[in-house]
Design a protein around this ligand. Sequence first.
Ligand code: SAM
Length: 280
Amino acid sequence: MSGKLYLCATPIGNLEDITLRVLHTLKEVDLIAAEDTRNSIKLLNHFEIKTPMTSYHEYNKIEKGLYLINLLLEGKNIALISDAGTPGISDPGEELVRMCYERRIPVTSLPGPCALVTALTLSGLSAKRFCFEGFLPADKKEKQFILEEIKKETRTVVLYEAPHHLVQTLELLSETLGSRKICILKELSKRYETVFLSTVEEALVHYGENPPKGEYVLVLEGLDRELVKQEERDKWSELTLQEHMEYYFEKNLDKKAAMKCVAKDRGLSKRDVYRQLLED
Ligand code: SAM
């Protein structure tokens, strides 16, 4: 019988945030695969965990992944930890999970600290619908593509950012989005935890004058959905009803389907569209 892979969330600052289940698992497994063993040894020493450790990171994930898979197939239980927070969230982990599923090796994820969730809940911005972008890509074109998507996003957007890139990212957000509410959360669960709620422009001025230090999560307000819908309706209302129907005929829709789309675009009922078309 194969062993099991345990994804173990570790504290993002405050060591007291480790869960009892993670402590128990880290003590019980045969091996701990850690993103940075030099960093994780401090955590293990603090909790007097003597389990052997090996490295598993972005640059050895293929060979080390196969090595870990073989151990799991031999029946060994392995815990995966990252430097901080939940493995797989802007950290190595997802490939190993996939490799396990391909070989029918059981995997479980032990819930615990994650900067994304902690920041979102503390931001005061809507957590009903949100999306997570992680770090913006380094590639200029890709970054611009994501920024354009964020510009149209109606959900709350959560981003991770390194301190030395924060001002540049705020500049890009300000250029692309204009004035938008943002909550910048620093050093979550640590001594100098700070919540900075402002607009993107105000944040840019603030961090221009106070160079960022520490770890940051950016939570951006999404566009107002009703406003987006209204703008969409306004756009369509520049066409006559007949022109709007023809737009869909050109897309090979029949009369019934075109009427349905037109009604949806204009926020009308199909009956209203039908009646207005007869009147025109
Ligand atoms: N796996 C981690 C998680 O579950 O949140 C994220 C790892 S990612 C490599 C590191 C980024 O997470 C940091 O650059 C920062 O954006 C965010 N982060 C991690 N700990 C944080 C903290 N205590 N306060 C604010 N942001 C934090």
